[in-house]
Design a protein around this ligand. Sequence first.
Ligand SMILES: NC(=O)c1ccc[n+]([C@@H]2O[C@H](COP(=O)([O-])OP(=O)(O)OC[C@H]3O[C@@H](n4cnc5c(N)ncnc54)[C@H](O)[C@@H]3O)[C@@H](O)[C@H]2O)c1
Length: 277
Amino acid sequence: MTVRTAGDRRGAVVTGAGRGLGKEIARHLVAEGYTVLVTDVEAALVADTAAELGAEGMVLDVRDAERTDAVAARAVEVAGRLDVWVNNAGVLVTGPAWEQDEATRRLMVEVNTLGLMNGTVSAIRAMKDDGGGHIVNIVSLAGLVAVPGEGVYAGSKHGAIGFSLSTQCDLNLAGHRDINISCVCPDGIWTPMLHDKLDDPEAALSFSGKLLKPAEVVDAVARVLRKPRQVTPVPRWRGPQVRLVDALPDVSLKALPLMVGVGRRQQAKFRKNGVPE
Ligand SMILES: NC(=O)c1ccc[n+]([C@@H]2O[C@H](COP(=O)([O-])OP(=O)(O)OC[C@H]3O[C@@H](n4cnc5c(N)ncnc54)[C@H](O)[C@@H]3O)[C@@H](O)[C@H]2O)c1
């Protein structure tokens, strides 16, 4: 595994960086001295965030593989080398799969799974003959366990984990040991993705654990950038818990409705008392 020193830092790309967690990750990378390319599907968010952070911006829909290649090429052009690529862009639409139309299911799989694959492949191509690098994939605890109310999202995030781990193995087998892929799997985070779901009973499981501040997830990203790690649940203690639930599906599928109840009570509490800053 390659661990880079501060002197090595060059180009970094963050997808879905126009707001929420991606914006905070980009802010951290700028502060750490990387030349950051802020990307998002929303042009106005790209312009505002790039100006605020003093970074370069580029509109990117991660579903477009030609465009992820163009972003990787641009990062090399402006920074000399692509060192870090963070696949952060994601979409969550709640509800049972059979109540969602095909376009909604496709959107989640295309952004959360295929988009992350596109970014990973573009980054590997830019890194593999140019000193290696580090790909950080923002997944979710929903990539490690069943999530009633978020079935398609959970499926798309499980795909992201399976792809990331398999691709790391392929890189190692091919001798590209200087490229690391780290998956960060947070519990619910106070970002716009959850703020508008306080009234949504289908999103209850996202509120059943510890609601994280974006800064706590940025810290986890900073840790894996210092020391690559294949899968990092945030908070750490949720990792063994969800792994146990995942290992005993016959038992856990009976217990998960209890967690839905916990999440709905939490949502009611936040609606009554307000959400933390
Ligand atoms: N908020 C949570 O509770 C939570 C929990 C675990 C994991 N995550 C994951 O963290 C990541 C960031 O989520 P967030 O909470 O900041 O959400 P957010 O909705 O606040 O931000 C997501 C960003 O992705 C962008 N985006 C959407 N579709 C895109 C596309 N096709 N191409 C490029 N950009 C696109 C959006 O414009 C937005 O700026 C996502 O991958 C999400 O699944 C979030």
